[in-house]
Design a protein around this ligand. Sequence first.
Ligand code: SF4
Ligand code: SF4
Ligand code: FES
Length: 539
Amino acid sequence: MPSVEIDGQRLEVPDGTTVLQAAERLGVEIPHYCWHPGLSIAGNCRMCLVEIERLPKLQIACNTRVTDGMVVRTTSDKTKTAQKAVLEFLLINHPIDCPVCDQAGECKLQEYYMDYDRQRSRFPLPEKVCKRKAIPVGPLVMLDQERCILCARCTRFLDEVTHTNELAIYERGDHCEIDLAPGKTVDNPYSGNVVDICPVGALTSRDFRFRARVWYLERTPSVCGACANGCNIEVYHREGQIYRFQPRENADVNHYWMCDAGRLSYPALQTGGRLVRPLVRGGNEFRESTWESALVGVRGRLADLARAHGPGSVGIVVSAQAPNEEIYLLRRLGARLGARVAGVSWSPPDAFHDTFLIKADKNPNTQGLLLQGLAADGVALDGLVADAKAGTLQALVLHRTDLTAWRDGAAVREALERVPCLVVLDTDQRECAEYADAVLPVATYVESDGTFTNHAGRVQRFHAAVPSPGEARPGWQVLADLLVGIDGERRLESAEAVFGALAAEGGAFAGLGYAGLGGRGVVARAGVRGSAAGVIADG
Ligand code: SF4
Ligand code: SF4
Ligand code: FES
């Protein structure tokens, strides 16, 4: 392994490592624009010039491989002079846009100017080359040609990752500009990524621009719940409102990218149709209830019916929208009540998918159901619906699923009408809640701690980013409260404790814990299934 010295610090690196990568490993910043770890090396911005001993000229750190004994200086006078010169060059024709530019606060031109340049411009304002501004180049992307520094990150992404080639660099010299290829629009399913990787405000998000200054936003690491891929994301939010999703790097799942559908899935998590209070039926109407009263009522009714009518008289349906923790608690509830537990994973039959990230399964946790021993094929569910219709099912708990929306609606409605006790736990007001005896509002995944297991069996953490509306509570908390008092259950006090109980059960999750999942997740034990539905060990 070659050894390199950078600013007096020595490091051994694998063959092929570039000076820029070696510096990153040492925590030494080398400013750069065009280099991106997910793209080929272009070497065109020259921002990463460094001095290398025994070489007469400065070299670009992004495309210079470390050789044994190399000595690099990133803060020498020669390097600093070059950095200033490159920034002055990039800024010659750059507009004075910072006060009105949506990239302000996360712009590499601003940041590097402050860190490496701080000179007054020698070029008179009227002589700047003007280009077109605010050009909508796709449903998600706005282009400002004047702000572009021609790093070619966007064109390389569209050439190398999506292979859709919508943008190209035209003209020459200081008239060079990014523009659409003839007849094209940046409308591929991953178009939003060009906004993320543009280091300046040349490409901005039509969804996000001018809605918030980034320095006011908080970031919470999470996992996209819009399909089974489980792309790692950052949730940007402020005062309880979500402003955007952006991808978070995970080489095992999504590298640096996410799809547009996932990126735009956040508004659906905070609609006006959210359930905000427990509702209990009184006659033909719902009345609002306290949590305590609703839980006591539901718990008592389920336990009484199960006792009176014996095993199999209660049904529980849990969808693949539920996190692992909630599936576990529902299985545990099922075991205590002698209930039949059915898993459901439903996606539109024509759901868009590809061979890159986007999966046809639009549920984040189908593998979580399977790994806990619940088939998701709908057979068990069909049995429950048939029994409900026949009048033999005494109680049904529907968790994060609206059966009326995708099964034979008429048959389901008839079945739901005939169940003596229907309990619905959900985030939003949906049709099946109209048939319920009790409706319990639960949090979305951006409002709760928990884990999803993606299509490849990777168990990944998400974290509560924003509070739930009204009195809605995390699903694990509602279920843990429901279990208290049923057959001597003790309360599990946190999502982590619930996951611990799931892991302690053995099976696919054995040996896992929140601490060990880290930011990238861990693959559950392949080929190991959990307990069969409704059969569960004491946690
Ligand atoms: S639009 Fe942005 S990403 Fe594309 S070349 Fe210009 S500065 Fe680079
Ligand atoms: S590929 Fe799936 S998980 Fe990834 S961002 Fe898109 S919808 Fe979300
Ligand atoms: S980052 Fe090295 S030349 Fe652009």
